[in-house]
Design a protein around this ligand. Structure first.
Ligand SMILES: *[C@@H]1O[C@H](CO)[C@@H](O)[C@H](O)[C@H]1NC(C)=O
Ligand SMILES: *[C@@H]1O[C@H](CO)[C@@H](O)[C@H](O)[C@H]1NC(C)=O
Ligand SMILES: *[C@@H]1O[C@H](CO)[C@@H](O)[C@H](O)[C@H]1NC(C)=O
Ligand SMILES: *[C@@H]1O[C@H](CO)[C@@H](O)[C@H](O)[C@H]1NC(C)=O
Length: 481
């Protein structure tokens, strides 16, 4: 077998002078690359092996004597980045391993194996793939370029992108027109662009996937523009405006926008119960606002804005208010119709009425549940007393609720007294009431009598006073004469 190989090698050598093979190796920045160099035949004599790089010169050289030389540029912090595992030499494998490959390692490498006059050369093109973002941390609303750089650049390669492991189709992306047009995308950073970006690089039947994590900073809550916030009339609500942790927006502002100007926002008056802070906003990056008591007319578009690195960021949201409209139908006396009313019903798919009952201990429990936007109930029935909550649902679940309290119309109508003990108790309390009334009356009579006596004296005093006044006047007249 060995002999056959040897003969084959010699023949090949005689024909071509030197056997030459070519390989393509793709590796992502930071990983380990293995550059193949294998002899399909082995010799009893140890060969001379030279690994060299087109730019950097010799990487590694092993002489016949076994002495090894390393290129100085492959030393990193006292450790050789490039190495050839010895245990594979027996099998004629002289593959070169490069750890922590960088873009500048990309290029053409040659492995030269010399068995005396028999020379075998393997040419390996190492391409380094790197995914990067400019700027490395994107600010929401600003442009970010997502790059997949391959060094050296190949011809006829294809690049596809994946975001969070699903294919990404660039929308309104402006691709650059350079040679690497396929590998660079410009996107306006929305929060949706945050995540793991994977560059799927295919070249000559080989595929390499390289990923990197893009962080987008800005207003992270609400995460979508024009997100709806639901609030029941009379309740308190928080309008969220949370920036990425660590950000401290300058000049944060809140505005309510006039509904009629959709494209060019015009500020409106903020509601009276509006407060530019919320119970949750403890951190400098939480600029949430709150309404202490929502009014139905407070519904509408709100906008929070702030400046990050000279860039004005803003996020719109929509406050949707909910109330219960209770009407008494003219036909049915003693009944009431409750209607769940929302300032914006575009997201609402379903309504549901829930009867909340409290027992004597004040423990809450949920009674009957009825579907529909309106509810007709009897106001006189004891069972309907308590809270009626309208829950409204969207496609993704519950959006909110609003509660109405039912007071009984008939007062005592619900109290069905039974048994003697109750009656006696009533009689006793009634007698007691009468007694108290009598006592009060007696006291009032006493007071009246006393006041009468007091008034006798002021009357006397007045008479005395008048007499003295008359006398004084008479004396004055006499002096004048
Ligand atoms: C990506 O980065 C963000 C922010 O640094 C981090 O929260 C998230 O966990 C990272 N994702 C992965 C998959 O590493
Ligand atoms: C209550 O609902 C009725 C019927 O839907 C409507 O005519 C009335 O205007 C509503 N009242 C209020 C205050 O919205
Ligand atoms: C009310 O509370 C008392 C004592 O805490 C308990 O024994 C009783 O079962 C409660 N009643 C109801 C209806 O929960
Ligand atoms: C109504 O919403 C509030 C706040 O989300 C919740 O605590 C309450 O349980 C809800 N009530 C009903 C009857 O669903």
């Amino acid at each position: 077998m060995q002999l056959e190989c040897f003969i084959f090698g010699v023949i090949t050598f005689l024909i071509t002078g030197a056997q030459c093979e070519e390989f393509e190796v793709l590796a992502h920045a930071g990983s380990q690359a293995v550059l193949p160099c294998k002899c399909s035949y082995s010799f009893p004599i140890t060969p001379v092996i030279i690994w060299s790089n087109a730019k950097k010169g010799t990487v590694w050289r092993k002489q016949k004597s076994g002495l090894q030389f390393w290129g100085s540029s492959w030393l990193q912090k006292g450790i050789q980045r490039a190495q050839c595992p010895h245990f594979k030499f027996e099998k004629g494998d002289y593959s070169l391993q490069i750890n922590n490959v960088q873009e500048e390692d990309g290029g053409i490498y040659t492995c030269r194996v010399e068995h005396g006059v028999l020379v075998t050369e393997t040419v390996v093109t190492l391409r380094i793939i790197k995914v990067s973002f400019v700027p490395s941390v994107a600010i929401r609303g600003e442009d970010v370029s997502i790059r997949c750089d391959v060094t050296p650049k190949p011809n006829g390669a294809t690049v596809q992108w994946m975001l969070n492991y699903s294919p990404f189709v660039p929308q309104n992306a402006v691709s650059s027109t350079s040679i690497s047009s396929q590998s660079v995308m410009f996107q306006t950073a929305r929060v949706k662009l945050a995540g793991i970006w994977t560059c799927v690089f295919s070249y000559k039947g080989k595929e390499e996937r390289v990923s990197a994590n893009l962080t987008v900073k800005g207003i992270i809550q609400p995460s979508e523009d024009n997100a709806k916030v639901y609030a029941a009339v009379g309740s308190a609500v928080t309008l969220p405006c949370v920036y990425s942790p660590g950000l401290n927006p300058a000049n944060p502002t809140w505005e309510k926008l006039k509904p009629e100007y959709i494209f060019k926002p015009v500020p409106d008056r903020l509601p009276a119960s509006f407060s530019a802070s919320s119970p949750s906003s403890q951190q400098p990056w939480d600029k949430s606002a709150s309404l202490k008591e929502v009014g139905f007319e407070d519904a509408g578009r709100y906008r929070c804005s702030g400046t990050i690195k000279g860039q004005r960021l803003s996020q719109n949201m929509q406050l949707v208010t909910a109330k219960i409209n209770s009407t008494i139908p003219s036909k049915k006396k003693g009944s009431v119709t409750l209607t769940c009313q929302l300032s914006d019903t575009s997201e609402v798919t379903d309504y549901e009425w829930v009867h909340v009952v409290y027992d004597y201990n004040g423990t809450k429990s949920i009674g009957s549940i009825q579907k529909g936007k309106t509810l007709s109930i009897s106001k006189e029935s004891e069972e309907n007393r308590g809270e009626w909550t309208c829950r409204f649902y969207g496609k993704e679940g519950i959006l909110g609720n609003v509660t109405h309290h039912i007071q009984l119309m008939g007062g005592l109508s619900g109290q069905k007294s039974s048994g003697v003990s109750r009656n006696t108790a009533a009689i006793v309390s009634l007698s007691f009431l009468l007694l108290v009334l009598l006592l009060v009356l007696a006291q009032m009579y006493k007071n009246h009598q006393r006041r009468k006596r007091i008034f006798q004296y002021p009357a006397l005093e007045t008479i005395v006073h008048t007499i003295s006044n008359e006398r004084e006047e008479r004396e004055r007249n006499r002096v004048k004469k």
